[in-house]
Design a protein. Structure first.
Length: 303
């Protein structure tokens, strides 16, 4: 029964769900390693090193050029992704987790708009409903912390950085969609750590902190889960519309709630559960709203 259900879900959606889970696991590792006093840029650098090695091996395994065809656009994808990553990590470090999360998850909205403008992709009704449900769900999750008093205490610079991170992620997603027409997915992924590594090392400067054994393993898993997430994201972009694909990234919130219970003993409130339910409903609407009914045998004969 479960196998039949999985076969009903489009392959692109499955890739995005795997990507969302991997990124949720990555965020959990980032949260854990940050308790060891590791700077944000060092976490970004460690993530880039692991991803760079895995990506290079994967490209060589396929026997293709690591440099790709559209080098300018590949570099642009790496720059956009690197800037977005730094912004997201900074926002998580300087804002309450709930507010940082809802600002980060504005990127599917930005992606749908950018895909409409630059890729001429029409935003389907099911995608619009999904985004609306997911934003409402995220609003319910953070609603206890969105009072006027708490909002006034949020540092405006961090809020702007978080929004820039969401916009940067959307730009990267749209570039990936464009590149998927001419580039292998492994090459697209390779350029991200290729740009992120020197960028983060330059900004890290003399603030390097020697990680202990536990922190070292956590940094390793940050890179591994990132790689899995990037592969799932890139392959999903190659099979479905950019706005629709990234709408499924909201499911990462649900995965994060589950991981929070088991890893950090964070019991979700009723608001969180209600918001998670809306996110799942929105994702299902996006899945089933895009499924076209197969023509019956009678229709085939008469056609």
């Amino acid at each position: 029964m479960s196998a039949q259900f999985m076969n009903f879900i489009p392959i692109g959606v499955r890739y995005m769900l795997v990507s969302a889970l991997a990124f949720a696991l990555m965020s959990s590792c980032v949260k854990l390693v940050s308790t060891h006093g590791i700077p944000v840029f060092e976490i970004v650098a460690a993530r880039a090193i692991v991803s760079l090695i895995i990506s290079y091996v994967d490209v060589k395994r396929k026997g293709i050029s690591i440099w790709g065809n559209n080098k300018k656009l590949l570099v642009a994808r790496g720059v956009a992704g690197s800037l977005a990553l730094v912004c997201v990590y900074y926002a998580v470090a300087t804002l309450p987790l709930a507010e940082a999360t809802i600002l980060q998850y504005m990127h599917p909205v930005f992606t749908a708009i950018l895909a409409l403008v630059f890729l001429r992709e029409r935003v389907q009704a099911s995608t619009a409903i999904c985004i609306a449900c997911c934003i409402l769900g995220l609003g319910l999750i953070v609603s206890p912390n969105l009072s006027a008093e708490s909002a006034a205490e949020l540092p405006m610079f961090s809020v702007i950085v978080a929004l820039l991170g969401a916009l940067g992620s959307a730009v990267a997603y749209v570039i990936v969609k464009r590149l998927s027409k001419s580039e292998d997915s492994s090459v697209i992924i390779f350029y991200f750590p290729l740009i992120a590594l020197p960028f983060s090392l330059f900004l890290l400067g003399d603030d390097f902190v020697m990680p202990n054994t536990e922190a070292l393993f956590l940094l390793l898993f940050v890179g591994i889960f990132t790689q899995i997430g990037q592969v799932g994201l890139t392959k999903s972009m190659q099979t479905v519309a950019a706005g629709k694909a990234t709408a499924y990234s909201y499911v990462q919130v649900v995965f994060s709630i589950i991981l929070g219970v088991f890893l950090f003993n964070e019991i979700p409130s009723g608001w969180t559960l209600a918001g998670g339910a809306l996110i799942i409903i929105g994702a299902l609407i996006n899945v089933f709203g895009s499924v076209k009914p197969k023509p019956s045998k009678l229709q085939k004969v008469s056609g």
